[in-house]
Design a binder for this molecule. Structure first.
Ligand code: XBP
Ligand code: MG
Length: 228
């Protein structure tokens, strides 16, 4: 049995990407940019991880030099919109996640986050779905802006492992996307994957175990079998 579970946030703990998309669009409207990301456009844009990086890519696709746009300000406005949406109670955990976290805690496993998004957004999610500060739910938080390269680079998983003080073979990752799976595996981790609304079309067959739903894992007993 691993000593820790390292969980992705967006798409894994909860289906947050639709909230991210709405928050981006609200920030664009607030800035008078005339940009709007449809669900189909956002699905394609998600191959670029990180909100700032995603906006810079979109600007370049529109023929604009990203350096001439206030990307950092736009991202701050987007994060504020996202936190407000989250605080309004728009989100729930994905099926199977609450039970897995409870069982892992009861069994003495440690819990970590390896996410591309910002700690402010993780904190808002924890307030909304656990009713607790993130530090009480997770022992370790590793976030995208703390590392040199975002997923699919292994950096954020390596940071989570370093903060846990564990080797990769002592933990297991949980992901919803190909970029996340590649990041976890590049860090040497085994990875349980269940695709979400925005990643169902991706090739996730390299997963240690690919599930339609995290509740199909069968808890820690199922995890032990999946890793055997
Ligand atoms: C999720 C992301 C994030 C969010 C937006 O990837 O790529 O960029 O879409 O968050 P993963 P920010 O689930 O693989 O970590 O705007 O805060 O970057
Ligand atoms: Mg994800």
């Amino acid at each position: 049995m691993p000593e820790a579970l390292i969980l992705d946030v967006d798409g894994t703990l909860a289906e947050t990407e639709e909230l991210h998309r709405r928050a981006f669009n609200a920030a664009f409207a607030g800035a008078g940019l005339g940009w709007h990301w449809s669900q189909d456009a956002y699905r394609a844009l998600l191959s670029t991880t990180g909100g700032k990086e995603r906006m810079a890519r979109f600007a370049a696709e529109q023929g604009r030099d990203p350096a001439t746009l206030p990307i950092a300000d736009l991202h701050r406005a987007k994060t504020a919109q996202y936190v407000a949406l989250m605080d309004s109670g728009a989100i729930a955990l994905r099926p199977g996640i609450a039970a897995l976290i409870d069982e892992a805690r009861a069994a003495g496993l440690r819990l970590a986050i390896a996410t591309t998004t910002t700690p402010a957004n993780v904190a808002a999610l924890c307030r909304a779905v656990f009713g607790q500060p993130m530090e009480q739910v997770f022992d370790v938080i590793a976030a995208g802006d703390e590392v040199a390269a975002k997923k699919p680079a292994p950096d954020v998983y390596l940071l989570a492992l370093a903060r846990l003080g564990l080797r990769a073979d002592q933990a297991v990752a949980f992901e919803d996307s190909r970029n996340g799976l590649r990041a976890a595996q590049a860090a040497g981790l085994r990875c349980i994957v269940s695709p979400g609304l925005y990643t169902a079309h991706e090739d996730l067959t390299a997963a240690t175990r690919l599930l339609a739903c995290f509740s199909d894992l069968g808890g820690l007993a199922g995890l032990r079998r999946a890793l055997a």
